[in-house]
Design a protein around this ligand. Structure first.
Ligand code: SAH
Length: 231
């Protein structure tokens, strides 16, 4: 069974978008994963098909209604669906490569994309949504965050990446940033490729890359070296 992503959004036309291109797009065509974007508005019941209302207690903006969203979730993910239900949210658990790996090993995801000021707390509680954040900044909707999550997960699905090794050597598969890459031409604007990379000595190359990765990590992200708790 392939990885199944269902996205609940007010803008289903945003999908597959960038996910339909290159690595993830080819994998989608091959059936290595599937994507369904469902319009939350289809679950509205009133004449105006309204999905949001003003915040209780006052304040700016609008809030996605619990009843409408719950109906959308129930239709997309009926009882027995064992995929995790996620809500993209700036106050959520940070998306890390560890979490990406965990999700890639599962049956898929059901992702709710917020809009406006966010969603009614009761649907988060009532439908057991896990909030996931892609970083400490605020976007205007959950669609781009959902694409970020799906892109990161899909490339780890077996068969999606050309070389299996490219998933295990890169940044964060260990708590290290990746070493620098080079390719031809051998010299460009007076800058040469480091000799060692053209030496053909694979042992020394591996050692050099590891040293470079450590150096970069120490300089840029010392927090990654500090312990097992990397989430
Ligand atoms: N008022 C909210 C922000 C709402 S932004 C607050 O202050 O927390 C509108 C929607 O965009 C959110 O419901 C969420 O789905 C999405 N979103 C914005 N920033 C995000 C982030 N960093 N990570 C994940 N989702 C985000």
């Amino acid at each position: 069974m392939s990885f199944a992503a269902t996205v609940l959004t007010l803008y289903p036309e945003m999908f597959p978008g960038p996910l339909g291109i290159s690595l993830s797009g080819r994998a989608l065509e091959k059936g290595l994963w599937s994507l369904e974007a469902r319009n939350i508005r289809d679950s509205a019941t009133d004449r105006h098909r309204s999905v949001d209302d003003t915040p209780s207690g006052g304040g700016p903006g609008m809030v996605l209604r619990a009843d409408v969203l719950a109906r959308a979730i129930d239709a997309a993910s009926p009882a027995g669906d064992d995929r995790p239900r996620l809500l993209m949210s700036p106050r959520g658990r940070p998306l890390t490569q560890a979490l990406v790996r965990e999700l890639a090993g599962g049956p898929g995801v059901v992702i709710v994309c917020g809009r406006f000021e966010g969603v009614d707390q009761r649907v988060i509680d009532g439908r057991g949504l896990t909030e996931i954040s892609i970083g400490d900044y605020v976007l205007s909707g959950g669609e781009i965050p959902a694409m970020v999550l799906i892109d990161a997960v899909v490339r780890l699905i077996p068969g999606v990446m050309g070389k299996e090794s490219s998933g295990t050597e890169e940044s964060f598969s260990e708590p290290l940033l990746e070493y620098p890459h080079y390719t031809r031409p051998a010299e460009w604007e007076g800058r040469a490729i480091p000799d060692i990379l053209v030496s053909g000595d694979h042992g020394r190359i591996a050692k050099w890359r590891r040293e470079q990765a450590l150096k970069l990590t120490r300089e840029r992200r010392p927090d990654l070296l500090r312990g097992p708790d990397r989430d």
